[in-house]
Design a protein around this ligand. Structure first.
Ligand code: TPP
Length: 292
């Protein structure tokens, strides 16, 4: 779908669309949207081109971001935003791909894609809106929900220990892993910019309250702290990153929750390893330059 068909509001806010926002009042999705806009607008000022960004989204409350961002892209099936994002990157490796997923979308139905995108390392960015709940379908437990989360589908409460997606991404081989607090727009937008600049797969887990479902999981802000900015984040070893990932297990009610870039390393991207894509990249074509 082309950005122009979303009814873009062009009066000084090129990323805004005319679509009425239907997220709940106070939902941190509003803040994630602002962080993304801020990051993209800042990158455009640094020389990136608006038309060279493309998005893919899953289905869920998070997926509505598709309608509120004036960027071209594909509104995908539930759980399939990652493979579609990879496909868009293979079709035109000069695009900056932003993929949005929910915790249910990414860590449940889309889990296999999450593991393999970490392994494949395409140069694209994944932003997971993690509210520890399948919220659009009125609150069922996802793989990051805490033990005991009672829902209409799980009246006795969730029995399974939550997954630690940061630890999983590390062991699956992701080359850029960060965690953000949705309420901290400045920090989140800075991390998104660094993720987009990273050459390879960048994954940002955004911790988000749900104002309606899984209220027990909300209010973790006071436990969050920002990792000290090292001169070069690539200096942090894999073992140090594993230790940081283990500080928060998505279940505990106390203890600290680290934010910021947890791990960053350099390795060849998926595009670098395919001669056809290397050739396509050299042509430096943008979305508007693609012959159809
Ligand atoms: C293939 C498929 N499976 C299941 C659904 C039902 N479904 C729609 S939205 C949703 C919940 C999404 O939860 P999450 O990804 O965590 O996003 P949130 O709504 O919390 O932002 C589900 C299960 C669907 N639409 N399509």
């Amino acid at each position: 779908m082309k950005g122009e068909t979303k009814g873009a509001e062009m009066s000084g806010q090129p990323l805004r669309t005319k679509t009425k926002i239907s997220w709940c009042p106070g939902c941190p999705n509003h803040m994630i949207l602002e962080s993304v806009k801020k990051a993209v607008e800042s990158l455009v000022k640094q020389g990136y081109k608006h038309e060279n960004f493309a998005i893919s989204t899953g289905i869920g409350c998070h997926g509505k971001i598709f309608d509120y961002l004036n960027l071209s892209g594909i509104y995908c099936l539930h759980g399939r935003a990652i493979p579609v994002g990879i496909g868009m990157k293979l079709g035109n490796p000069n695009l900056n791909i932003l993929t949005f997923a929910g915790d249910g979308d990414c860590y449940s139905e889309g889990m296999e894609h999450f593991i393999h995108v970490c392994r494949f390392n395409p140069d694209m960015t994944l932003i997971v809106h993690d509210n520890q709940s399948f919220s659009l379908t009125t609150g069922q437990a996802t793989p990051t929900s805490q033990i005991g989360f009672k829902t209409k589908a799980e009246p006795l409460g969730e029995f399974n220990k939550p997954l630690n997606p940061i630890l999983l991404a590390l062991t699956a081989g992701a080359s850029f892993i960060a965690r953000c607090n949705s309420r901290d727009i400045d920090h989140t937008s800075q991390i998104i910019q660094q993720a987009i600049k990273h050459k390879g797969f960048s994954y940002i887990e955004v911790i988000q309250d749900c104002m309606i479902f899984n209220l027990e999981a909300n209010g973790k802000d006071t436990r969050m702290y920002k990792l000290p900015e090292t001169q070069n984040k690539k200096n942090r070893t894999f073992d140090e990153a594993i230790k940081i990932a283990r500080e928060y297990d998505y279940n505990s009610k106390e203890g600290k929750i680290p934010l910021g870039i947890i791990y960053q390393t350099e390795k060849p991207s998926l595009e670098d390893e395919w001669p056809q894509l290397v050739e396509l990249k050299k042509k430096k074509i943008g979305w508007k330059g693609v012959k159809r």
